[in-house]
Design a protein around this ligand. Structure first.
Ligand code: NZQ
Ligand code: ZN
Length: 389
């Protein structure tokens, strides 16, 4: 096990009706006037936004609405939000929605206190030191942004989709997790969220670091639990207990606990971010295509950990590592298929993927050699993308 630091100061409030606590949690965190951020309208239609506004008003918190944030959020909305924050004396942000809304709020929170261009942080030209406080009311268990120190934004100029990772600066002050708020999710978004949270665990699990038994078992247990519960949420979107387990799993998957003490991988996310930046696909659906291909490649290049994954998560019994690893990749693919997720570029709606472009952008954004588990060069990256056809 490697040395590590783990600081995850987000306060989680979990359960039915918990959105009513928004107002007092906002006040508790020193916010008096907030930018109330949300997406394309699901929270308006469900009545959630109105309930959050009521709670803010009841606690004397003023707000300015900032809606219409779309999936795979872009830098133009961040610049717009920063201006509104600066011109209105806003001292915090409340994000009502999923990863796209939360990530935009985090970027605004960072940029509003920085004299330069907020993109400096994403381009690696500046290191985040401070940000306005952000509170979250989560509506989709998927990206894990409610507990992560990350924010993923796409720069429209050049379609660079970059994940900024901070230890603590960008972790929300509080995250309200009410499983009932996820009842309205369409099956495709539910399934994509499940693929994303599983990927967050696997990116940390596929590691070259030996003797990380505690973290390994945590990852394996979470994955098994998601696989066990997922069919229930797909069959009955209003199964509260199943939704509750999936929601908490999504947070645990990405709040850092699954990565303690080891090198992490993240190749599949890097590869997917290029696909969603160029083709605008749903992040989790993209990962359902990428991850089995990554594992299939590893079955021939570095099968030991994928074999452990296959045996512990999917009960594969083969003793040969390569065979077990390949069967694990097939089992994961079949599981994603059972949720109705796409399994190829074509099923993602990409008829003729430009693999050279994807690899060029990947190398431009992440370097010539990528990956914590196995070091991939250009030919390897190309081979993995080819497996997705
Ligand atoms: O915009 P609205 O109308 O709200 O609809 C959204 C959106 O169309 C809908 N939705 C959300 N909650 C709903 C709902 N529809 C009905 N009922 C509800 N309760 O779902 C759609 C997707 O929303 P989005 O916020 O985009 O989903 P997600 O949470 O999957 O976020 C994806 C973004 O997060 C990034 C991804 O790359 C992508 O840009 N990620 C962020 C991470 C982080 N900050 O730590 C890590 C992840 O790996 C990921 O890269
Ligand atoms: Zn993800």
């Amino acid at each position: 096990m490697n040395n590590f630091g783990y600081y995850a100061p987000t306060r989680y409030i979990f359960g039915r009706d918990t959105e009513k606590e928004t107002g007092h949690l906002t006040v508790e965190n020193g916010m008096k006037k907030v930018l109330l951020t949300y997406g394309g309208g699901s929270v308006v239609r469900s009545g959630l936004l109105a309930r959050v506004q009521e709670s803010l008003k009841a606690n004397g918190v003023e707000y300015v609405e900032f809606g219409g944030i779309h999936p795979n959020p872009t830098d133009d909305r961040v610049y717009e939000g920063i201006e509104i924050v600066r011109n209105n004396g806003i001292d915090g942000l409340i994000a009502v929605g999923g990863g796209s809304v939360i990530d935009t709020a985090k970027a605004i929170a960072l940029g509003a206190l920085y004299e330069g261009d907020f993109w400096d942080f994403y381009a690696g030209k500046a290191v985040p030191q401070r940000a306005l406080p952000v509170g979250v009311i989560l509506t989709i268990p998927a990206a894990g942004s409610e507990g992560s120190g990350n924010s993923v934004i796409t720069r429209l100029d050049g379609l660079h989709k970059i994940s900024l990772r901070t230890d603590s600066v960008l972790r929300p002050k509080f995250a309200i997790l009410n499983p009932e708020l996820t009842f309205t999710l369409p099956p495709f978004q539910t399934a994509s969220g499940i693929a994303d949270m599983m990927a967050h665990i696997m990116e940390r699990y596929f590691s070259p670091t030996p003797d990380v038994s505690v973290t390994d078992h945590l990852c394996q247990g979470l994955l098994r639990s998601i696989i066990e519960v997922a069919p229930r949420v797909m069959a009955d979107p209003e199964d509260y207990q199943a939704r509750a387990n999936i929601m908490w799993a999504g947070t645990m998957a990405h709040n850092g606990i699954c990565g303690c003490g080891r090198v992490e991988d993240w190749v599949s996310h890097f590869m997917e971010h290029e696909i969603s930046a160029v083709y605008g696909v749903t992040h989790g659906a993209g990962l359902a295509v990428v991850y089995p291909a990554f594992l299939m490649f590893m079955a021939t290049h570095s099968p030991s950990k994928p074999a452990q994954f296959a045996r512990t998560v999917f009960n594969i019994t083969d003793s040969d590592d390569s065979v077990a690893a390949r069967k694990g990749a097939e089992a994961l693919r079949a599981f994603f298929g059972s949720l109705g997720l796409p399994l190829t570029f074509k099923q993602l709606g990409i008829e003729n993927p430009d693999i050279n472009l994807l690899v060029d952008k990947l190398i431009e954004n992440k370097g010539e050699i990528i990956g914590g588990y196995y070091r991939l060069n250009r030919a390897d990256m190309t081979a993995i993308y080819e497996l997705m056809k």
